[in-house]
Design a binder for this molecule. Structure first.
Ligand SMILES: [Zn+2]
Length: 371
């Protein structure tokens, strides 16, 4: 069974004209997942992400973000009702086994950036009821719960805020996986100590190979492993090597995505215009990508450091992932081939592709304990 811990495809699902049952081209349509390629690449499913961009830490900001998050949740639900023969909702570890046995695809839900919860962590309960089984506290900048690894102003809380500690406690009580990708190292260390269940990194890398705030150094990875946690390896090129691109590329992409956030696509013509604008940026300022071997190096390093029980895959599809030789999920079988050549046992390979993630999910289910 092949599960990815972090699928950003819900960002693509509500593009007018997007059809998940049709095949797309990663460099032309900027879509890395659809049913034809899930079948070809052998991806059974994973955690489909309710992502909310970070905004102002104000009552209005929280309210807007909450509406945004519920919209993203409804987009995932719509995919499952529109394609009920292909996708099924999953909330327990056993569900994945049952769903795959029926030849269908597994849809767990997760939150990336808990910002929409505002100052009221009991809002997490409604997301649990909607099927969410993983919560990532923070994104690119500090929020009310935790310091981000990439905030240009540096840490604000020295790790977790008091509300962030309460959120982890609530996630433990509800039976949700705590995801510390994007969090500052200090917040990650605190979460490992505080959480009564193993913490995961849903899409991160090894700092030993490339020093970037989104990657995690060996000492912390060993703490994560000692607590039973799992790092799922990312394929976002900028976290894997120094990219050789025109600085204007980043600015142009940021401007395009800001525009998209402010003016969501309303028609197929809007979608076409957006995709063309994106291709134009690639033509004017060509992208640079890390390589398939760079991704494998992070897998091998984590395997050597932590053992097979603590690694998984969270390649950040439709969220910035993709490298030369692995631009979409059709390349996933090459990861298995490379692991075989590197001497991984079938048992280790199976653990990495899904068993470790399901072990953590089973652990949090069993630990569910509402006061
Ligand atoms: Zn992310």
């Amino acid at each position: 069974m092949v599960l990815d811990a972090h699928l950003d495809t819900p960002l693509v699902l509500d593009r007018p004209g997007f059809d998940i049952s049709a095949r797309h081209d990663p460099m032309h349509d900027y879509a890395q997942i659809d049913l034809p390629r899930m079948r070809e690449g052998g991806l059974d499913g994973g955690f489909w992400v309710i992502y909310t961009p970070q905004g102002d830490l104000t009552p209005q900001g929280y309210e807007d973000a909450l509406a945004h998050a519920w919209h993203r949740n409804s987009v995932i639900d719509k995919m499952m009702t529109d394609h009920a023969d292909d996708f099924m909702p999953a909330t327990t570890a056993d569900d994945a086994v049952t769903i795959v046995a029926q030849g269908k695809h597994v849809v767990y839900k997760s939150i990336e950036n808990a910002y929409p919860l505002g100052m009221d962590i009991t809002r997490l309960d409604a997301f649990y009821d909607a099927g969410v089984r993983m919560v990532g506290l923070v994104h690119m900048t500090n929020n009310q719960f935790a310091d981000s690894s990439t905030d240009p102003d540096g840490p604000k809380w020295n790790g977790l805020s008091p509300l962030g500690e309460a959120l982890i406690q609530r996630a433990n009580e509800l039976g949700m996986i705590v995801d510390m990708s994007h969090a500052h190292d200090v917040a990650l260390a605190q979460a490992i100590d505080l959480s009564t269940t193993p913490v995961i990194l849903s899409h991160s890398g090894a700092g030993h190979l490339y020093e970037h705030p989104r990657n995690v150094g060996d000492a912390l990875l060993l703490d994560l492993a000692a607590s039973g946690g799992v790092i799922h390896i990312n394929s976002l090129s900028a976290y894997l090597k120094d990219l050789d691109t025109d600085p204007a590329r980043g600015a142009a992409l940021s401007a395009l995505f800001k525009q998209l956030h402010e003016n969501p696509l309303k028609s197929e013509a809007d979608t076409k215009a957006f995709l063309k604008a994106r291709r134009d940026i690639d033509t004017k300022y060509p992208p640079d990508f890390a390589s398939f071997d760079d991704v494998m190096a992070h897998i091998y390093h984590a395997h050597e450091l932590m053992g097979a029980a603590h690694i998984g895959i969270g390649l950040d599809w439709d969220g910035g992932g993709g490298v030369d030789g692995l631009q979409d999920i059709t390349g996933l079988p090459n990861i298995t081939l490379a692991m075989r050549e590197a001497g991984f046992s079938d048992q280790d390979i199976g653990a990495m592709w899904s068993k470790n993630l399901l072990r953590v999910l089973r652990y949090v289910e069993d630990a569910r304990n509402l006061p």
